[in-house]
Ligand binder design. Structure first.
Ligand SMILES: [Fe+2]
Length: 192
């Protein structure tokens, strides 16, 4: 079996266990922790994510490779590869999300409260979580986070969303400059 076939098969098996966890336990911090364990198991198979199979072209800096999504848009899994500096604004997803590391360091900043209700400003930093190989973070639908990566380091992380980007509704980002929440805009959410 080729690496691509092995990866597809490992992804499919992992997602099938993750669907079962959500179906049996619903969406809670405990069930997301169980989902994170499954995803960490997948990320530990570093042989399935060879760097040369997901190259960054000159000047590209970052790419999101969709590894899987259900026909109804649920359980969207990406491999994120980046070697540029990334700093996003704090944002929510309106669906649960789990991020785990394969290589490199994605610093996640998590913010106060059960999700920074619109109007609760400024958003206060709660904790910083370095996501590296073998570790990960879980976010409930209302949680706000921001992502920070250094230029030059090769980062490879898995990002799993309860429902895919095309279906996420009413997302918000927090703009520290104005101290207000704004509708999420992917063009504005990343500070280049
Ligand atoms: Fe995010």
């Amino acid at each position: 079996m080729s690496v691509t076939e092995q990866r597809s098969s490992a992804v499919a098996e992992t997602l099938s266990r993750i669907r079962a966890i959500e179906a049996e336990q619903g969406v809670s911090r405990a069930s997301l922790a169980a989902i994170r364990s499954e995803l960490i198991g997948l990320s530990a198979r570093r042989d399935l994510f060879p760097q040369d199979e997901f190259p960054l072209s000159e000047g590209q800096g970052e790419r999101f490779e969709k590894l899987s999504v259900d026909p109804d848009g649920r359980f969207e899994l990406y491999l994120e590869v980046a070697d540029k500096a990334v700093d996003t604004l704090p944002h929510n997803h309106t669906t649960w999300a789990v991020v785990v590391g394969i290589r490199g360091l994605e610093l996640n900043r998590l913010y106060e409260g059960e999700g920074g209700v619109a109007g609760e400003a400024p958003l206060k930093l709660r904790e910083e979580v370095p996501v590296t190989a073998g570790s990960g973070i879980c976010m409930m639908p209302d949680d706000f986070h921001s992502i920070h990566m250094e230029k030059g380091d090769l980062n490879m992380h898995l990002h799993l969303y309860g429902i895919g980007f095309a279906h996420m509704k009413d997302r918000l980002m927090f703009d520290p400059a104005s101290g207000t929440y704004l509708p999420y805009d992917p063009r504005l959410a990343v500070e280049d």
